[in-house]
Write a protein that binds this ligand. Sequence first.
Ligand SMILES: Cc1cc2nc3c(=O)[nH]c(=O)nc-3n(C[C@H](O)[C@H](O)[C@H](O)COP(=O)(O)O)c2cc1C
Length: 323
Amino acid sequence: MNFWEKLPRPFFILAPMHEVTDTAFRQIVCFYKKPDVLMTEFVSADGLCHPSSQKRIINYYLKFSQKERPIVAQIWGASPQVIFQASKIIASLGFDGIDINMGCPDKKVVKNGGGAALILKPKLARELILAAKEGGGGLPVSVKTRLGFNKNIVEKWVKELVKAKPVAITLHGRLQKENYQTPADWESIAKAAKIVKKEKIIIIGNGDVKDISDARKKAFQYGVDGVMIGRGVLGNPWFFDEKKYLILTKDKERMKREKLKIALKHALLFEKTFKEIKPFCHLRKHLAAYISDFAGAKEIRLKLMGAQNATEVKKIISFYLKR
Ligand SMILES: Cc1cc2nc3c(=O)[nH]c(=O)nc-3n(C[C@H](O)[C@H](O)[C@H](O)COP(=O)(O)O)c2cc1C
C-alpha cells in the first residue's frame, strides 16, 4: 500500500512552486501543521540526469527533511529514457513519490516539449508515466496538469492519462494560455473527477483556494479526493492550521507579531539549510510576503529587503518586536 491510499478524505497538499516551496519553506509550513502531502518545486529531468548540473539540482531543489514526509519530487521532461533515469535518482534519494509536471505554461518548458506541451501529446505523456514507474522501482507516480492547452479538452485528456494508471492526477483548473486573471474552472475539474474516479485513480483539484474551509467545501462540491494549494500559503504558512489561521485573522496585532517571528525563524532556517548553496536574496520574496497587510509593514519590509544575512534580519525584526 502506498501513502496515497492511506490519506484522509479530503486531503490537502502544498503545491509545488518553483523558487518558493524549498525545504526551508516547507519546514516552516510543517512547523504549524503539516499538509497531508508535500511536493518539491519542479526540476528538469534532463538537468537532474546531467553530470554537470546534477549535484546543484539535488542540493538546490531536492533537499528535504524527514518531517516533510510524505514528500513527492516533481520533475518535468519529454523523453521517456531521461524520465526513467531521473526517476531512478529520485528513488535513490528516498522520496515517497514522483510527480510528472504536465501543466507548466512556461515558454522554455513548453518549447522543450515538457509541461503543458504534453497535453497535445497524450501517447508520449503515457510513455513518460510508464517510464517513471519503471525507473522509480515501485514509487507511486502522479501527474499534475491543466484543463487543456488552447482549449478545454479535460475530459478527453484525462481519459488518455488514466490509461497509463498514474496513482493520482492533479488538475489546475486553467488552460496553458490562461493566467491568474481567469478564475480557475472548478466545474471542469468536477467533470474530469467523475471520469478519473471511475478508474479508481485519485483526483486532486487546484486553483484559487482561499483557506481550508474553502478547500473542504470545494472537495465536497466538485467531488475531488484532495485539494492542492499554492499561492494562498505564501506569507501564510499557518494556512493548513485552521485554528491558528482563525485566531490570527481575528487579531491584527497578534498576526503582526506572528509574521515578524516567523519571518525571522524562516531566515535562520534558510541560512542554516542553504549556506553556500543558495544566495540569501532568494528569501526576499518570503520576507516581503510575511511583512505585509499591517500598519507600518512597508517601513519594515524596506529595511528587510536590504538584509544580507539572517543576523541582519534578526537585528531589524528584534527592534520591531520590542516596540
Ligand atoms: C511562483 C509559482 C511557481 C510555481 N511553480 C510550479 C512548479 O514548479 N510546478 C507546478 O506543477 N506548478 C507550479 N506552479 C503552479 C502551482 O502549483 C499551482 O498550480 C497554481 O499556483 C494554482 O494554485 P493556487 O491558486 O492555489 O496558487 C507555480 C505557481 C507559482 C505562483
